[in-house]
Write a protein that binds this ligand. Sequence first.
Ligand code: SF4
Length: 690
Amino acid sequence: MRIRVAEHSGFCFGVKRAVQLAVNSAAEGKVYSLGPLIHNPREIVRLADKVGVINDLDEAVADKSLSEKSPRVIIRSHGVGPQVYARAKELEIELIDATCPFVARVQQAAKNLYEQGFQVVIVGDPTHPEVCGIKSWTADAAWVVSSADEVKNLPNLPMSEKIGVVAQTTQTQANFAAVLAALQDKYAEVYCENTICRATQERQRAAAELAAEVDLMVIIGGRNSANTKKLLQICQASSVPSVLVEGAEELPADLFDGVNSVGVCAGASTPDWIIEEVVVKMTEQNEVMEQEVKRNFAAEMSFVAAAPEAKAEKVVEAAPSLDEMGDDVSFEEFFNHGIKDIHRGLCVQGTVVQVRDNELLVDIGSKSEGILPSNQLLAEEAENIREKFHIGDKIDVIVIRKENKEGYPVLSKRMVDVVQLWDKLAEYKENGTTVTGKIVEAVKGGVLMDVGIRGFVPYSQIDTKFVENVKEYIGQTMSAKIIECDKEKNRLLLSTKAVKLEDQQKQQDTLWSEIEEGQTRKGVVSRLTNFGAFVDLGGVDGLLHVSQMAWFRINHPSDVLKEGDELEVYVMGVDVEKKKISLGLKQLIPNPWSVAAEKYPVGSVVNVTIMRTAPFGAFAKLEPGVEGLIHISQLAVERVEKTEDVVTPGQTVDVKVLAIDTENKRLSLSIKELLVDEAPAEEAAETEAE
Ligand code: SF4
């Protein structure tokens, strides 16, 4: 059984501060707390000899009469109303104000709203001291509602009056939102300040998250603590069995029967020492239970290993025959005849008699049927319970609880499997067999993988690439090699990276044995450099040089490719010894110069883009990879002094092809020729018009 403590548990900032102030003050002499310092009876008892508890300031006055000094009274983290400060002044009591700053913020918000003419509504428990204190800052005019239902009982207000809402710091967001929505339905104008404390939210969120992942939640805290009660409600709402305990002595002895994982969370007023005590007790209790089951299990291992007939015999053997029982058999004895002694640790071969979504009903012989909850199956079986089990299936099980609330024995198949699984895993480690399982949880230093038993995969052994976000792996089914398998220490160390490396090696070997010059292969751009791109061909990278990417000039590989691009490449060369592969891309595309003479015959007119200018003319692009020169003398009919006087880069113009030399990739172009051609036509048109 695994015990997991919620990420945020125990003393919050406000309570820690109050306890620290109290302890420091007590070191200087007698000090009182106005009301119990925190909502935790055990911590109060621990502090009793340091801090006296009074319920009224006047009680401290008696102390004043006994001493020269003013009595000192601690205001606890819940805070108080202004009348308490006034009364303390009257009585000359020194106040040590441990009001949590977050509570003071709510008090201030309520006071401001009240002074601005709002009808203040406090969402919270009307009897809680924090709420009573907040209310006092509104001259007791605030309304207190604990749920959305109560809103309908609030008085109506004239349209002109506005509602101002604050929350008790320990409220759940859901309840606060529901009350707010009800108020907005009922009143014309509702202003709200969400004053729920983050410490509370964090504890509630952590508890809810943990409750979703475990079989049982143990909530530690005072029964009179609002935030502890909220944690209990949250865990119960997630349908996981949940128990609230104030200390280790309240843990029921059989609480963990049939449970694989337990979550622990603690209210903001629960000190670390109580959490520690509970966790230690749970660990001890768990060890005792596991030892007991293991002892019984070991005693019956021969039975588990025996042939099915032998098992059946043993079951029958457990009960005397009717003859052996003699003639004086009572009805009860007759009825119970054949029922063997069901006890924790009993191993039997059972028959599945019913398959449900989250449990199996198993006939364990002699008129007994046991419940096998899905958490007592191997993870894969539990997930596919209806596919994996059918009525009539024979399965080996162990009794882990004599009876549940309905009187059924609770069974585990997992425990039986796990014992056998350790032996199998040890064998797999020896012969290097790969195991498959699901990554179920991120833990400190790595992840847990369920291969029937939960094994640990350290960060360094998860992947061949750098693991940025370990949570991406949760839920994935992966294969792993066993690095260490120690049944005694319950230690299973796995490496998913080792399998990936092995797969990569196989892939590489295949690739090197098959790749040849002249082939076309698929690949993925793995990395770009200034001189080209590395393309992953399946475990091996080949180099695609920038000059081999296209028939036209490329300034940088990133102009045409990006990492992750999938593409087909031409294998230009393979050097197995040096492990080098050179690739090309342009070889798979026709060279535009090979068809340029047909596409751009002498005399044809083409629309081109000016790429760059030079003193002797301008270079123009006809298509990617095909450029020609417009000599300066061909730019215009009249003499041109400077190329830029006529064309600029990026401009598009029509040109006439004067000459083409595909071998040397040269094209002569002319704008002037087009202008000369057009001039007589224009003159003719003008003459006609005259
Ligand atoms: S729960 Fe929040 S508001 Fe309450 S005492 Fe703790 S820190 Fe302060």
